[in-house]
Each structure stands twice: as C-alpha cells, then as structure tokens.
Design a protein around this ligand. Structure first.
Ligand code: ADP
Ligand code: MG
Length: 711
C-alpha cells in the first residue's frame, strides 16, 4: 500500500519539529499546574491528552470584550460593568445576603451574594472600584447581578478587557472554568511545537469547504469579539462544523472498514429457486403486498452474489416482515445451507418459531429451537441437530450466539428487531459460520423505523430496504388519552368490547427495570381486573413466567379462550392476535414513543376498528404530553420516529446499547444531518486513496472504543 501514501499528512506542515510528539501523544500532566489529582478529575471529562483539551470545546461564550454602561443594562443578559461601590448592606430576607450598590456615571445596580466570607465583605467596602462579570436579573431592588465574578480596579491602569469572547466549558467537580480556560490557552500555545496532525488532506478540505483543524480549534477556544455568537451557541458555526465533519467522517470510515472486512470474504451465492418460493406462497392465505415483493426481490439479488449481504429491512409493525424473512430462509435451504433466525426475546422467538414451523414444515424443512432457558439435555440435543446439519432453520434468542453452538453450514442469518442488539453483538454473530473463507449473508429486520438521518450514519454498513405499506384491510387504530381518574370508565369499556366477542390487552408499565416488580404489578392488576370483570376470562403474561406458561397463555389468547390479556411490556414485540382490537396502556408516560408505537402495533391487525386507550397519570410533563399527542395524531411509524428523534435526540433513539457504540462528542446527527452527504463522499475518497489517514481518523475519534472498529 506504500504507493497510496502520496504526500505525508503534514503535521502543521513545516513549523513543528519533526520528532516532537503530536498533541495526542502528550498527557495533560505536561501542562503547567496539572498534577496527578487534577489529571484524575480531567479524566472524568474524557480529557487525557493535549488533544483532548483542544477537543473539549466551549458550550457557549461570554462577551467580556466591552463594558456596558450601568444605565443601559437590560434584564437577563451577560455583561461586564464597571463602577464604584456606593453602599454595602447585609440583608436578612428569606436568606441572608450581601448587597452592594455599584454606580457609574449612568446609573446604579445591585450586586447580590448569598455566599460570602467576612474577608470578602470587608474588601467590598464603600468607595471600592470594581469590574464585574455576570448576568443581570430582575430582583427585589430592580436589576441585580447574582454572584458576579469581579476584578478590583484599584490600580491607576485598569487591566485590559479581553480581546476575545470568553469560553464557558463543560466542567466537573474540582475543575473550574478558570482552570479550563488556562489549560486551553496552554494547549493552544503548544500547538506550534506539538503539532496536531491534520487528517483531512487539503484537496478534500477545499472540495468540502472545510478549514484546517488547527485553525478551527484556535478560533473556537478564543473567538474574536465580533464572532457570530448565536451561530456558535447552536453549534452551526463553520469551525464547529469542521470538527463535526471530522467526527462523522471517522465514524463513517469505521463502519465502512467493518463492512469492507466482511465483504472481503466471500459468501455462498444462493441461486433463486422460484419453485420453492412458490410452494411457500401457495400455503399463505394472503398475497404479498407489492412492497413485500420488492423487498424480497432485493434480498434475492443480494444473496445471489458471492459477497455477504448486509441488509436492513425496515417496516412498521404489522407490515409483514416475517414472511419476507421466511422466503429468504427457503432460498438458503434450497441451496443446501442452514439459516439462523434470532429474536431479542423469548416471546418473539416463540412467535417466529410458530410461523416458521407452520410455513416450512410442509416443505419438508427441519427446524430447531434454541433458547437460554432450555434444559441442558434438550439444548445439547438441539445443538447436535444443528452441528450435524439435520436442522436446517434454527430459531432462537441470542443463545444462538453462544460458543457451544456450532453450525454445519450457515448461509444466512436473520436478526429481528435489531435495535435491541448492539453493533458488538452483530459483529459477534458475523463470526458465526465464518470459516472456509466465507461468511453467512445477514438480514436484519427492524420495526423501529430509523429516521433517514440516523440510518445514514449509524447503519452506514448496511443496505436498506423499506416495506412501506401495510397489508390491505387493516384499519388504523384510533388512540385516545384519558386521565387515570377515569379508570372505571375504561374498565367498563373493556367489559363492553369483550362482551361483543372482541379481545383486549391491558398493558402495565413500570419504570423499574426489575422483572420481579413488573411481574408483581401485572399480577395485582390482573387480580383487580378479574374481580371487577368477573364474567371475563383474564390471562396474565409477564417475563417471569416459565416459557411453557407463556406459550400456553399466548396460545389461549390466540385461540380466543381468553378475553383480556394483562401483560407487561413483554408483548411489545411480535405478538400477533388479529381479533384483539382494544389496548389499554396504563401510565403511558413512562414509556418512550417508539415503545408505545410498538405496543399499539399489537392491535389493528384484523378487520375490526381498533382502539388504543392511553390511561395516563396526571400531571404530565411537557415531553410526555408531546409523546401522547404524537400517538393520538399519527399511526405512521416513520413520523413517530422523527418526532421521537426531535424529542429525545439520536443517542436515545438508537437505544442504550448503541449509544455506547455511537457516542458522538461534538457532532449531533440531527443538527449536522446536512453534512452527511459530504461526509460520505469524503469518506469514500479517503478510504480509497489514504488508508492510513483513515486509520488515524478512526483512532483519533474512536480510539478508546476500539472494538467498534474491529470485526
Ligand atoms: P411485522 O412486520 O410486524 O413483523 P408480521 O410479519 O408479524 O409483521 O406480520 C403481521 C401479520 O400480518 C401476520 O399475521 C402475517 O401473517 C400477516 N401478513 C403478512 N403479510 C401479509 C399480507 N401481504 N397480507 C395480509 N396479511 C399479511
Ligand atoms: Mg415482527
């Protein structure tokens, strides 16, 4: 690859001593005043090296470059004022406070201190001249500054005002603003001797209108007094965007590298067997929707090639992803390969097992079943079936990843509801069935639509198919929100609906993670509802039940032997009972929007008009109110996902596991979505021509999260 190394990526080309270490190689302890203790505190801010100090960007800025006449002060602005103390009082109100009247030739204003020492009180005596920095508020005595920072102006020559805007950094206990400002200044000064490697070549920077990194950093730590503060505050300044650009670029490169490594290995080409597909389709009592057909076609094209497929299928709840996965599975089996189908929960896995067995057994395809809760003997028996190749389609939970599970010849992996699996888990699955220089194809299905902006970056390593229509005949779910005070009315509504032969879900939510508490809450609710609704058959479903019990309850509900199913959020995924047309969700304010949408997707699957009642506990927070409004207003999962993104931000939307993988320090996927197209182009150019710059970029931004970049 030596020939790829055109011009070496110049460390601030020229001015840096060739051998001096770069800023990422120098620990913060090299700075004046940083000992072991401070270094430990800085570590809490993620700051270990000089480079980290430079990348620890201000949250906002104060304008301390000019003095405002006191007479011109307005409320709620950050100001610098100068004047003479005219009066000092200790006032005993609700809290004791020290108040100083400060006057210049235009007016007077009050400085108020709730915490003050005797020494401080003495120095702030009448006649003292001060320069104060602070925020004005409307207080008891008119405009006041609470706890301003101040300098004494007792010298004949007052200290000069700052020539730059003053940065406000994210701080942690024991590290003050002042301290961070000093460290940033030191680090900037060292930029000349300890260069910061510029990792985006000048040609690419020009192409994408990006400045040099060092220039951006100098500006951001000390912007000129006329800098556009609003733009800076919003993170939209071109120099901030320069850093966001580079960070997103690093993520993109890392994901592409994973993809490249996978695709460098071959995969078994799976020729399309229309006869097998036709046999599966002939058994269904429905026709595929055009969207299902299109996506199946995209999958067939992928798996037909000798390169591992990496495809994400997005489709709203109920759009019919399972049958599309089954079609792909049939193709793999028809070509003599095994298929692993993995789901995140036992209940969902069981649901898949039922569907796959029902569809595949008539075609003479053998299935196996693997979960973490199986007895050892049973598990061993299944593992043998899998290792020998007798089992052709293996369905299970993440137990499928375990080391003792060896596949005879895995050709395709199907993962459902991928948002619950982290990138790491995906990677470890890829290891499965690797060998003989080949990897299985991968199909990932998610019912949590991922907003386009997120999909582009977080899933850069995946091709994407969207099932963008629901099967015909579905009626949209009508959603209403009622306060918990109307619980009795809602119970009557359940009585009425079930009296008419319909079925209902009653979902109990609990914030606690504890399965035990959730189970208890659901049990209590089930008992209460059963005694209030004596004529109905009430079932109970929660995570603590034995698999056989769960299965029995689900089967009973499905067959109409239960009218009302009281459940925890375990029914969020997969459960499919078309006759259920009413869902009550208790305390919906405790759930995220995506989860609410998932839950609601359990109704509206049959022809009957369906209803969802959100039985909320008042008062609602602003966010909860917005979530509930979104639920009432739309049934469209993609619209919900966009609202969710707006309310919670991308880290949350991608789920906790992935947040760990995709932590962005500077970029904001939503705000910086506009950069992504350029980032992609730039990444492509780099990966082809500058592999070691790519490596350095990944190292710089994801260095402490190495597994992410590795296969
Ligand atoms: P999801 O995309 O949420 O996983 P499923 O695959 O569970 O959806 O499908 C939901 C229900 O719709 C199942 O009962 C399935 O058999 C049925 N279904 C799937 N495709 C169609 C279709 N084209 N027409 C009618 N019903 C369909
Ligand atoms: Mg599904």
């Amino acid at each position: 690859m030596a020939n790829n190394r055109s011009t070496p990526p110049g460390p601030a080309q020229g001015n840096a001593a060739a051998n001096s270490p770069t800023v990422d190689q120098v620990a913060v302890t090299a700075l004046k005043g940083v000992g072991k203790q401070l270094a430990e505190k800085l570590a809490r801010l993620g700051v270990f090296t000089l480079q980290d100090i430079l990348f620890h960007l201000p949250l906002r800025y104060l304008d301390r470059t000019r003095v405002t006449p006191i007479g011109a002060l307005q409320a709620n602005v950050s100001v610098v004022i100068e004047g003479e103390i005219k009066a000092v009082d200790v006032v005993y109100g609700r809290r004791r406070s020290l108040m100083c009247r400060l006057q210049d030739h235009t007016g007077t204003v009050t400085l108020r201190f709730y915490h003050f020492s005797g020494a401080q009180q003495q120095r702030l005596s009448q006649g003292t001249r001060l320069r104060c920095y602070g925020e004005t508020r409307r207080g008891a005595s008119g405009l006041e500054l609470y706890h301003p920072e101040y300098d004494f102006l007792d010298q004949a020559q007052p200290p000069p005002l700052s020539a730059h805007l003053t940065p406000i950094y994210p701080v942690t206990e024991g590290v003050t603003q002042q301290r961070l400002r000093g460290l940033a200044q030191q680090a900037l000064a060292l930029l000349d001797s300890h260069s910061l490697r510029e990792l985006i070549p000048a040609t690419l920077r020009r192409l994408h209108n990006q400045v040099a990194l060092a220039e951006a950093l100098r500006y951001l730590h000390q912007p000129p007094r006329d800098a556009p503060v609003t733009e800076l505050l919003e993170g939209r300044h071109p120099y901030q965007q320069r850093l966001a650009f580079e960070e997103l670029l690093a993520h993109q490169l890392s994901l592409w590298r994973v993809r490249q490594q996978i695709q460098a290995e071959g995969a078994p080409p799976l020729a399309t067997r229309d006869d097998m597909a036709a046999r599966l389709l002939a058994q269904l009592d429905f026709e595929l929707t055009p969207a299902q057909q299109r996506v199946a076609g995209e999958i067939y094209a992928d798996i037909g090639r000798p390169v591992p497929m990496l495809r994400l299928v997005q489709g709203d709840v109920g759009s019919g992803k399972t049958v599309v996965a089954a079609l792909a599975a049939v193709q793999a089996v028809a070509n003599g390969y095994q298929v692993a189908v993995m789901a995140p929960t036992e209940i969902l896995a069981e649901q898949h097992r039922r569907s796959f067995e029902q569809w595949l057994q008539p075609l003479g395809i053998d299935t196996a079943w693997l979960t973490g809760r199986q007895k050892v003997a049973q598990r061993r028996e299944q593992a043998e079936q899998i290792a020998s190749g007798r089992a052709q389609v293996i369905i299970g939970t993440h137990a499928l990843f375990q080391n003792d599970v060896v596949f005879a010849d895995l050709g395709l992996i199907v993962i459902d509801e991928q948002h619950r699996f982290g990138v790491h888990q995906r990677l470890s699955l890829r290891e499965k069935g690797a060998g003989r220089g080949r990897r299985p194809h991968q199909l990932i299905m998610t019912a949590t639509p991922i907003p386009r902006t997120l999909a582009m970056s977080a899933y850069a390593d995946l091709d994407c198919s969207v099932i963008d229509e629901l099967p015909p005949g579905r009626t949209p779910v009508t959603t209403v929100a009622l306060a918990a005070t109307r619980r009795d009315q809602v119970i009557e509504r359940v009585r009425h609906a079930c009296g008419e032969g319909r079925q209902a879900y009653w979902v109990c939510t609990l914030i606690e993670e504890s399965e035990v508490l959730q189970a208890q809450a659901a049990e209590a609710t089930a008992q209460e509802l059963q005694s209030g609704l004596a004529e109905l058959r009430v079932g109970l479903l929660h995570g603590r039940l034995k698999p056989a019990e769960k299965e029995a309850t689900m089967a009973a509900f499905k067959e109409g032997q239960l009218d009302l199913l009281v459940a925890t959020t375990v029914i969020e995924v997969g459960v499919d009972v078309p006759n259920a047309s009413l869902m009550i969700i208790e305390n919906p304010e405790r759930l995220g929007l995506a989860q609410l949408h998932q839950l609601r997707g359990r109704v509206g699957r049959g022809a009957a008009a369906s209803h969802c009642v959100l039985l909320y506990g008042a008062p609602l927070s602003q966010h909860s109110r917005e979530r509930i409004r979104a639920m009432r207003e739309t049934n469209d999962g993609f619209a919900i996902a966009e609202i969710d993104l707006r309310l919670r931000g991308p880290g949350e939307v991608l789920g906790t596991r992935q947040t760990g993988d995709m932590q962005l320090r500077i970029a904001d996927l939503q705000r910086d979505a506009g950069l992504l197209a350029d980032v992609k182009r730039c990444a492509r150019a780099l990966i082809e021509t500058e592999p070691d710059l790519s490596t350095a970029l990944i190292q710089r931004w994801l260095g402490r999260n190495q597994d992410y970049a590795k296969v």
